[in-house]
Design a protein around this ligand. Sequence first.
Ligand code: GDP
Ligand code: MG
Length: 155
Amino acid sequence: SNGVPDAKNLRVKLVLLGDSGVGKSCIVLRFVRGQFDPTSKVTIGASFLSQTIALQDSTTVKFEIWDTAGQERSCPCQQRLELPLELQKHGSPDIVLALVGNKADLHENREVPVQDGMDYAEKNGMFFIETSAKTADNINQLFEEIAKRLLVRRH
Ligand code: GDP
Ligand code: MG
């Protein structure tokens, strides 16, 4: 033990933000249940799920996941871009922000170059990862990386 209370069992809140249809609910379903349902229903309001992961050093991290309905009305681009800055300003100081490019399996429909995602994330103090809820690519890695960064922030 390093003397930090509960260092081995963290409980964290995780909120998914983003436009409707980008795959937030499918990412959560893949992570929590290991499933992909192509006919998944639109999220109404917010739904709650939790999942615990164990890191290599036997630390466990319990994610309490709030899956929001996202912005149904399109908001001005500028407003959207300021969201991470607002979170850093008003949120907890040990917040971890991840920028997720989902649907990475749809190679031929790519809209954002990888480098643009990486640049944007770096400018805004986030890490960038591309996932596919459909193939499960990088889904566990997404949550593991968040957990690792939280541990670094807290100790
Ligand atoms: P949300 O509104 O952000 O929660 O989006 P959903 O999770 O409901 O997903 C919206 C649509 O995208 C659904 O038709 C999903 O089947 C589809 N989808 C979600 N993730 C992926 C993915 O990684 N790859 C592909 N090909 N489709 C996906
Ligand atoms: Mg949803």
